[in-house]
Design a binder for this molecule. Structure first.
Ligand SMILES: *[C@@H]1O[C@H](CO)[C@@H](O)[C@H](O)[C@H]1NC(C)=O
Ligand SMILES: *[C@@H]1O[C@H](CO)[C@@H](O)[C@H](O)[C@H]1NC(C)=O
Length: 215
């Protein structure tokens, strides 16, 4: 007869599977077939017999992104769109380059937790907990430090060192998604009505128009 604690453990194990953000794979691999016209939750599998080693390979993460932009950073993503072998595996990778003083603006990944490590330079990082506390959890990271941004929470990084900075991060989804707060709120298409944003941010409509014009 099963002990009560064993039954409890089995229940827990079942729950943790059900709560995983990306579904677990049901076969060794399911290389994304981007040409398939079928819509599923994820991407249709390529015929396993036609799969080749290159389906599991991405080359070029040694190449620096161009940080000459308004925020002074550049994210090079390796998700299922760039690496078809990631399909159904619940994981992806990014390279983030930062110019001196550059930021990776406040954003959230709707489908992933992110674990980041600093390869070069110093970063000020942080995330904000959900309502009503909205507590800012923040830290200065040096080369070799590892920090985790829990799934769905708004987070950011800033290069506070004297030169260039580089970070690599893993994300717990093949397609983590990104919602950059400023762009999504002030640069949506079509615009969110100005009076809505004026009230939400407790500023004059003119201020909202000014911010909207930048996105
Ligand atoms: C990031 O860098 C790539 C490669 O240099 C460039 O094509 C892309 O436009 C850059 N993205 C941004 C947002 O600056
Ligand atoms: C980086 O982007 C800027 C702005 O788009 C562009 O002027 C510059 O040539 C780019 N640099 C490289 C190395 O591609």
């Amino acid at each position: 007869m099963m002990s009560r604690s064993l039954i409890f453990f089995l229940l827990l194990a079942t729950c943790s599977i059900a709560f995983a953000s990306d579904p677990s794979p049901l076969q060794d691999f399911c290389v994304a077939d981007s040409k398939s016209p079928v819509f599923v939750n994820g991407v249709v599998c390529k015929d396993a017999k036609l799969v080749v080693a290159d389906d599991f390979l991405y080359r070029g993460l040694n190449i620096m992104g161009n940080t000459s932009n308004d925020v002074g950073s550049n994210v090079t993503a390796v998700t299922v769109a760039e690496l078809p072998g990631l399909n159904t595996l619940g994981i992806s990778l990014v390279r983030i380059d930062y110019a001196q003083g550059g930021i990776n603006a406040p954003h959230t990944h709707p489908r992933a937790t992110e674990i980041l490590t600093v390869i070069e330079g110093s970063l000020l990082v942080g995330f904000v907990t959900s309502n009503p506390e909205n507590r800012l959890i923040t830290k200065v990271l040096e080369k070799g430090d590892v920090f985790v941004f829990p799934q769905g929470l708004i987070h950011f990084q800033k290069n506070i060192g004297y030169g260039y900075a580089l970070a690599i991060a893993g994300l717990s989804s093949q397609n983590p998604g990104v919602i950059t707060i400023a762009n999504a709120v002030f640069g949506s298409d079509p615009d969110i009505a100005e009076d809505v944003l004026a009230k939400a941010f407790q500023v004059d409509v003119k201020v909202v128009e000014q911010i909207q014009s930048k996105f």
